[in-house]
Design a protein around this ligand. Sequence first.
Ligand code: ZN
Ligand code: ZN
Length: 425
Amino acid sequence: MKKSYSRVRGTSDFGPSDSARIQTLCARARRVFFLYGYEEIMLPVLEDAGVFVRGVGQETDIVAKQMFRVSRQNDGEHSDVVLRPEGTAQVIRFYLEHGFHKKGPYHKFFYIGPMFRGERPQKGRLRQFTHIGAEMIGAVTPWADAEMIQLAWTQLEILGIGEKELKVNSLGCAEDKQRFAERVREILSRQQADLCPDCRRRAERNPLRVLDCKQSDCRRVVKESVLRERVLCPKCESHFAHVLGVLDRLGIPYTQDPFLVRGLDYYTHTVFEIESPRLGAQSALGAGGRYHTLVEALGGRRCPAAGFALGVERLLLALEPAHEPPAARGVYVAAAQDSLRSEAFYLLGSLREAGIPAEMDYAHRSLKAQLRQAQKSNYRVAVILGEDESRQGVVNVKDMKSSVQKTVRKEEVRALCTELTRAEN
Ligand SMILES: [Zn+2]
Ligand SMILES: [Zn+2]
């Protein structure tokens, strides 16, 4: 026996029905992005590691533990190319490399594509997953934050995700964040013993990450002695109040979650996360926020920006599997004898040329089995080629829905099929 292979751990195969669901989902998402004035970009999966090391942060889990490095046979161990673990830093690299900062005050982009992180796989957490993401670069107004959240929310509404919870928070500007991080480091240094081992390490190097921890002891410490230390400067305070005011006016329900910091270093100001109560431990459908230091970190001028991403595989989990039958598929051409298969084959071409999906049997099945297949695959029309009919220049056209069968001249088949399949759509 030869060795057989399985897909790589933490990846998914999507067969025809899941692929169709994903395509529908992405098509809907694209329509909404266009309504909001976003333009699509398609960036490579391979990226310079530095984009993420400098952009996302050396100390974050994504960069420190989860990046897949790519090496070619001859490159040895020193490749700086990785499979991109997230989209935002890469979009900023694209924005700077192509000089968009000189082309207008702000730009709105969206992307759909795979991301890679070497996490421990579990339900809703994969090593290759698909992000639908958007970035608005250059706009500082709180209307932009509000539009971003409204857009993410609308995407989920249009996809049919009924149950969802929006959490929002503000981290303040880089200076607020810095001040808060120092204060938190100071407080946590006195409470080391109460923290989990991970947080003991984080408390020194990246103290804000402790706010992310789900361990009950860490949460208690944060709640009792850390959160009240967060003070935003008046400008950040009023920016956030404006955003919340717009959400109220739009009727988008939210809760303010002071624990929400997001696991990437670049976030500042407004951050948000939308969760589904259906998903269990990995409950975030999408998340985002402002990031005012990232453009500078990647070599540009300091520039305000905001963005979010939705996880496609999580969306699939949160959505009810579709129960409706697949759409009717066009025309199945059945041949009563093998001698008629050539005629069937050329008829397919003529139907497809007219824009009608068409198929025939390639397994030498009997006429009865061919018609059963047409039924099973939900074909709208069956064209039946018989020997006697063929000699008389006619074929039988069966409406699979009503079971009404008509005999028509060969020249009329295409027009009748067009009519029958069009009526369906
Ligand atoms: Zn501030
Ligand atoms: Zn902890």
